[in-house]
Design a protein. Structure first.
Length: 133
């Protein structure tokens, strides 16, 4: 009595949430380590400041993915916007890797984000009865 059926997407969205929370949290709590993992050289102060804001947004989106995972029909715009962001991040990091600014670790993480972005599109399509946003 009172048991809520768990969507098949809940586990994946919670995993996506943790993916973002790990990297976003690392960027917020230990930005120098993340910069060392992602870049061959230390960026300028302006780039470091931009990175701080970016990783904070990554963590916030991670919270959003978790909320959507627990309430599949609500706040879906986090997943829609997240898919776009993951594709943009992939393209940006792929470019930086190709011009030897980003590390291979960054490229691997970017491919991971590309895969999450593809899953997010599949999720939005398969659960379209709730709307696309």
């Amino acid at each position: 009595v009172g048991h809520k059926k768990v969507s098949r997407h809940t586990t994946a969205l919670i995993a996506g949430s943790l993916w973002n929370l790990v990297f976003g949290g690392l960027g917020v709590l230990n930005l120098p380590l993340l910069i060392e993992l992602f870049y061959h050289s230390v960026p300028s102060q302006a780039q470091i400041t931009a990175n701080q804001g970016f990783w904070m947004a990554v963590a916030i989106f991670g919270i959003g993915y978790g909320v959507v995972g627990l309430t599949i029909s609500k706040l879906r715009f986090f997943v829609s916007l997240g898919a776009i962001g993951k594709f943009v991040f992939f393209l940006f990091m792929a470019h930086l890797w190709l011009v030897d600014v980003a590390t291979t670790f960054a490229a691997v993480i970017a491919v991971g984000d590309l895969l999450w972005g593809l899953y997010f599109l599949v999720f939005i399509f398969r659960t379209r009865e709730y709307g696309y946003l």
